[in-house]
Design a protein. Structure first.
Length: 407
């Protein structure tokens, strides 16, 4: 064996297990394995989870918060400030920031990433190419899916439609879209589906990012998904406007979303920062209705979106921190809710991203993280250190922690 984890916890209330890894795969899981291994890691009852999945992140515009502040904290100023900064990004600058961000994610136990990489006719493909290069460079350390993302719209930014096809030819894994930043929005959605079908790739929309319910297009996305036979291959991020609907209007949309098998990435780090900025009292949380979607059978994920820029001026690269934000904000701290949070940053986004061989089962890929906690239920709220990260059967990160009381 290459690696043997001794006595780790896979589920609360179950006996501890040994987990053996060989040739990049999980070879055996037993109460006690009497096998030789090149590296033996003592679990001592600590929790072993499948690698964390960061299903919505912008690597190319991370770590720029200190360059030009977003003083109002609104989406409008975030867009303005970022548009001002973009022309100053050199290739070296993007490489440096994107790679540092990627390493922050890896350090925190992330083994799978979906990143939205943007381009437009005035900026060209510099950021997109950089992210594609990093994807190659980090093969075997982290799996990166790159979304071809038309941040400035497709139809209202002439030349972008051609660039969408070029990005797919350059190897993008997913077709991105942003109906709320384009007009006409239905043509935008149709075009994204047309490109996705041509290249046989999944779709990931930035969707209905507003405090109020006006101008939502999620129902059209559902209809289109079903019509095109794209069930299970469409994801949407933000979807905050859905949180503004009363139950009688919300429920039929959730049913439609479940039927279309659409996955949702809630992005609380950004949504809580930018949302409700025009409310003077009883400020809205401006999140997608996580519990209602989950209970309605929608595949619910939590992701980070941005780290330290005008949209999200904080973040450490730990998706557990993002999930922690969602716990009080999304009322997910109850006894029945808390155990559903860890899957929102592991198995659910793996499903949304159609990752094969994911999860701690014999024969699956050996992508696992040993956490410094003994409770699976409390794994997120404990904010544990990621003691060992294993990707494709190799230890990629080891964290050593030492604290002493000096009183
Ligand atoms: Zn985003």
């Amino acid at each position: 064996m290459d690696i043997l984890f001794k006595q780790v916890r896979l589920k609360d209330g179950e006996e501890l297990k040994d987990v053996a890894i060989k040739g990049g795969k999980i070879e055996a899981i037993e109460k006690e394995l009497k096998v030789e291994a090149a590296r033996v890691i003592e679990g001592n009852g600590k929790v072993l989870i499948p690698g964390l999945v960061e299903s919505h992140i912008h690597l190319d515009k991370a770590l720029i918060a200190d360059r030009l502040p977003n003083k109002s904290g609104t989406l409008q100023e975030a867009l303005k400030v970022t548009a001002q900064l973009k022309p100053t990004f050199s290739k070296e600058d993007i490489v440096d920031r994107a790679e540092r961000t990627l390493q922050m994610l890896i350090k925190n136990g992330t083994t799978h990433i979906r990143t939205h990489s943007e381009f437009d006719p005035s900026q060209g493909f510099t950021g997109f190419e950089t992210v594609m290069e990093l994807k190659e460079k980090y093969k075997g350390i982290v799996d990166v899916q790159v979304v071809a993302f038309p941040q400035e719209g497709i139809l209202k930014a002439p030349g972008t439609e051609k660039m969408m096809y070029e990005a797919m030819d350059m190897g993008a894994d997913v077709v991105g879209g942003i109906p709320y930043n384009d007009t006409p929005w239905d043509k935008h959605i149709d075009l994204v589906f047309e490109i996705a079908k041509k290249y046989d790739k999944p779709i990931d929309f930035h969707q209905d990012f507003k405090d109020g319910p006006e101008g939502m297009t999620i129902e059209y996305v559902c209809e289109k998904t079903i019509k095109e036979g794209y069930q299970g291959r469409v994801s949407v991020g933000h979807l905050t406007a859905l949180g503004a609907l009363p139950k009688d209007r919300l429920q039929p949309i959730i049913e439609k979303m479940a039927e279309a098998q659409i996955s949702v990435m809630s992005l609380p780090a950004t949504d809580l920062h930018l949302g409700g900025r025009h409310d003077e009292y009883n400020v809205r949380r401006a999140l997608t209705p996580i519990r209602a979607l989950r209970d309605g059978g929608v595949n619910m994920c939590i992701a980070t979106n941005n780290i330290r820029n005008a949209f999200t001026p904080y973040g450490t690269g730990d998706v557990m921190l993002t999930a922690m934000l969602a716990i009080p904000a999304g009322h997910l701290g109850g006894a029945d809710d808390l155990p559903t949070v860890l899957p929102m940053i592991t198995t659910n986004p793996a499903k949304a991203m159609q990752v094969s061989g994911y999860g701690i089962e014999v024969g699956n890929n050996a992508d696992v993280v040993l956490l410094d906690t003994e409770s699976v239920t409390n794994a997120v709220i404990d904010m544990p250190a990621k003691l060992f990260v294993v990707k494709s059967g190799k230890v990629t990160v080891e964290t050593k922690k030492s604290t002493e009381f000096l009183f």
